[in-house]
Structures are given as C-alpha cells and as structure tokens.
Design a protein around this ligand. Structure first.
Ligand code: UDP
Length: 270
C-alpha cells in the first residue's frame, strides 16, 4: 500500500489561514503557489446583514464547483482549480484576485430587474456582462469599464480577457444546466492573475455554485418553487439544502447513497 507523504500533510490546526471570507476560508497550500479553499456552511446575504448556518451547504458547493471547474479546465478555459481534496476543501493555484464581481445575465432578475424596472423572468435581448467593484464598505457598487481602467483595478487588456472568459463560461454553463432542465438566469464569477514565470494569465477563480448563480427549474412556473439557488435563503423560501442537492443530483454528482428514494413503497406479498 502506498504510504501517505507525511512531510506534505499539514494538520488543520497548524495550517496558516491566509484569508477568511463570508462563505470560504483560504489556507496555505502544500506547495508554494498553491492554496486550500475551504467551503463553510455559512450563508449570508445583503452584505452579511442576513446570516445563517446551513448544515451541508459547504459540502454541496464544493462538489458542484469542482464539477464545473473540472469541465472548464477540460475545455481549455483557464481556472485556478487543481483538484478537490475532501468533502469541504479543494486545492487551488494562488492567484491575485482582481477586485471585480463579473456578473453575466441571460434573464432579468434581482438587481437588474429592480434597477431597470424589468419583469423578473424576461429573456434579455442578448447576454449582458456587468462589473461590480468588490468593496464591502461600499456594498459592491456597479462600475463601468471606464472606472475599472481609470482606477487601475484591471488594464484594458485584462478587461478584454475577463469579458472573453465570461462569454465562454456563460455559454458552457447555460448549456450544462439546460441539459438538466435548469435555466441559467445569471451568475457571478471572479478572476485572478496567475503568474507563471514572467508570464501572467487571467484565470477564473473563486467558486461557481448555486450560491453565486440564479438557477430556475425549467418545467416549474411557480416563482418560488422553481428557485434552485441562494435566493431561497435571500427570500426566506426555505429548502435551500434540498434545492442544492437537486442541482447536484441532476448534474450526476450526488453520491449514490445520498440520492432520495424515488420509487414508491414495494408491495410485500404474503
Ligand atoms: N451575486 C453573488 N455575490 C454577490 C452579489 C451577487 O454571487 O455579492 C450573484 C447572485 O447570486 C446572482 C448574480 O450575482 O446570481 C446577480 O446578482 P444581482 O446583481 O441581481 O444581485 P442580488 O439581487 O443577488 O443582490
């Protein structure tokens, strides 16, 4: 049997914590240039004014995000993801996060619907990319490309790379979810600068999960019943874990034993 490489094993308690966010913690990785991304069960909304702990959410987001990032890597869309390590953690490449939330929208919902007075669920004439400046104190304001380049958050070349990545990720995700009866309304992604020797590449970072996307069941018309994402928490609809499990199940990534029993009771014959 192969022995574990003990020199590389860092016990949880002695790992150096690099950063703690609302739903994730980043630890020092086993090798230079790597980090461990740990998914917590904490759910927050409205800039953390609403908070809760939902047992098992972190495990599901870790699995769903792993599934998506593996596909992106396979398709040649560069990401920070290396591999999943365990139920709650993944090994990632250390990147310099670009302080933008890149939101891609296919259907009007959330803040866009409110800002422009659009009815939720209206198909947009084409996919729209928006940028929000990542800053909790300012509550992540919507910014334009002009702000981004003027203040140096990203260069014009990086912005082009980010938009090209956003379009590719959106095309892939929309197809992936459509194939399992889910409408990709919108999602948020983050990008980072990955240094390889003297070369820098912009890659997809952070996570992509039902915490950061709007996912609606295609066959359900009911405005509440169709929601399979974090809006269940934001709008106090309940059933968040069941919704995330349903997304994981449809993507074919639920462990066999966790699948809900779908067949009816068996008739016992005497
Ligand atoms: N989003 C996110 N983190 C944020 C804000 C938004 O992941 O801090 C995601 C959100 O889940 C949705 C998309 O970005 O899929 C667009 O969100 P929107 O601007 O409509 O804001 P919201 O109405 O969610 O506050």
């Amino acid at each position: 049997m192969q022995q574990p490489n003990l020199s590389r094993y860092i016990p949880m308690s002695r790992r150096r914590r690099i950063y703690e966010g609302k739903a994730k913690i980043l630890y020092e990785g086993p090798e230079p240039g790597t980090l461990i991304q740990h998914f917590k069960d904490d759910a927050t909304a409205y800039n953390a004014r609403k908070k809760d702990v939902i047992d098992g959410k972190g495990v599901l987001n870790n699995r769903i995000s792993e599934h998506i990032f593996n596909h992106l890597n396979e398709m040649g869309i560069p990401t920070h993801f290396i591999r999943r390590l365990n139920m709650r953690e993944q090994l990632i490449r250390e990147v310099e996060i670009i302080p933008l939330e890149v939101v891609v929208r296919n259907v009007a919902a959330g803040s866009l619907a409110k800002r422009l007075g659009l009815e939720e669920g209206t198909q947009l004439p084409r996919s729209i990319i928006e940028f929000y400046y990542k800053n909790d104190e300012l509550e992540d304001p919507l910014v334009t490309e002009e702000h981004i380049t003027a203040f140096g958050w990203a260069t014009p070349q990086e912005l082009d790379d980010i938009m090209a990545l956003a379009v590719r990720v959106n095309d892939f995700l929309a197809g992936l979810f459509l194939g399992v009866g889910i409408r990709l309304v919108d999602f948020k992604m983050e990008c980072g600068r990955l240094w390889e020797n003297d070369l820098m590449r912009v890659v997809v970072a952070d996570e992509i999960s039902p915490d950061s996307a709007r996912l609606w069941d295609i066959k359900t018309d009911d405005k509440e019943a169709k929601v399979l994402d974090k809006d269940r928490f934001r709008r106090d609809l309940g059933g968040l874990l069941e919704a995330y499990q349903e997304v994981a199940r449809r993507l074919g990534i639920m462990p066999e034993q966790e699948r809900p029993i779908v067949s009816g009771p068996t008739l016992v014959q005497s």
